[in-house]
Design a binder for this molecule. Sequence first.
Ligand code: HEM
Length: 530
Amino acid sequence: MMSVLPTAISLVAICAFLLVVWPFRARLKGSFNRNPQYPLPPGPPRSLLVGNLLDIPRFRAWHKFLQWKDQYGDVVYAEALGNSILILNTIESVTDLLVKKPSIYSDRPIFTMAGELMTLDNSMPMLQYGATWREHRKLSRMALSPDAVKRYHRVQEDIIAMYVDSLLEHPAEFASQLRLTAGRIIMSVSYGLPVQTPDDLYITDAEETMDMVGKVTVPGAFWVDLIPCLKYLPSWIPFNKIHQVGSFGRQRVERMIARPFEHVLEEMAKGVARPSFVYDCLKKLQSNGDASSKVSLDLIRWAAGTLYGAGGESTYATILTFILAMALYPEVQIEIRRELSKVVGLHRLPSIEDRDRLPYVSATVKEAMRWSPALPLGIARRVTRDDHYRGYHIPRGTIVLPNVWAISKDDKSGIPSERFAPERFLQNCVKETAIDPYLYAFGFGRRECPGKYLGENNLFLLISYISATVEISSPQDTSGNGIAPNPNFTAGLISFPEPFSVEFTPVSHQAVMLIKEKVVHVRSADQISQ
Ligand code: HEM
């Protein structure tokens, strides 16, 4: 009895603290920080204890935020358990804050579960805005600048040709093969893994880890993200899984970033490593006489691991969206093929160099990014200093969510936003073109996606190779009627279409032969170099 009493008292004290003091944190902070000249931005009424926690849906919050835009305006303020949240619903407000005030709006919120407990706060998308983040950006510029990505055109074309071949041979696996393809491109860029690699093992590893990351980074997925001091609760407390989940995630993340990196170290030691981001970085370290510095090796390890995590899933999500849209809007495919046959002809496959002469295909790439953006709320930011905007006070520590989904719903072109219509981006088709998704789908300001140029090339090549070779259609029922897939999308940080079925039919014998010849060539070149 004597030993139970202190434990019970401390539990009651912890619970009292969590329930009573913590939720008032923002209010208390606010009353010290608040500039009385400026009120907080408008937003839904907040309850005393939990703020708007119960108003913000755990899944697809972007829909609710769009409704709030109609009720409260472009810039909406909310609170959840003591955390201030600012939702930016227009490109103007995002540009004013995230682009024009980079020193205040380039930090990231702290995710206790994913960041601290699973160690993902070492990865570039989650790194705090500071010296280490700058080092990461410097390294990624070396591999991903507009000039640097030209080196990857060949390998992108080879891997994408193999994907299109898999559509002909194993059409039912179109989604899993696409994920593998997006992963292979990044693995090849980051670690120099061969095109048809026996090391798909690394990709499967990374996919599983990224699945987990997608779930654990949904804002509000864990109470410990809303109330960080919960991490101090001892693991023996019943139902407290915080440390167990954290430790499982940490091991997965460590495996994902360590194994392919060690593979490159081994290949370099044998003298057979292929050029890659890791190879280039390690060579540079060697030439600086810094090759055994643990800090530098760790930095490269994390920078490379981050590329896969950040780049593979967003490419997969965007192209899966394109495939779904093509089953629903066959007229778009007809137009793409018409343009491809006019500009590229029927005797070769498209290439990056054709892009400027393919305005409809380029507009389709934009429409695939707009119709259902891969990151509907971008990646959140955190305000590092008190600020004011449009007469409102923005408190330090506020989490900022750019509502990319709301921005993408603009219909100033006159074409309803629900329709998949590349024409909205073509000056000769509409009076006023829609906002260019390159201004929002890849993020903003200093934290804008560093993989943008590689990503754009992936999207362009995938869309043009697929369209040049196969026609995508809805499956048919027994009476021959098309069963149109439902355009439903998942609810994580990265949102992609929920599983759906489509059919792929070769557009011509000639188109199939072009892909087959390319694949034979890729396979033999790959074998020679192994
Ligand atoms: C369709 C393709 C892609 C889309 C839609 C996309 C989108 C995004 C978005 C929205 C962000 C957040 C930016 C912000 O906070 O403002 C981001 C960050 C990032 N992306 Fe991408 N991305 C794509 C492809 C890639 C690729 C191919 C790579 C790497 C090879 C990559 C690497 C990164 C990294 C490292 C970050 C974190 C940047 C930072 O926090 O400083 N992305 N991306």
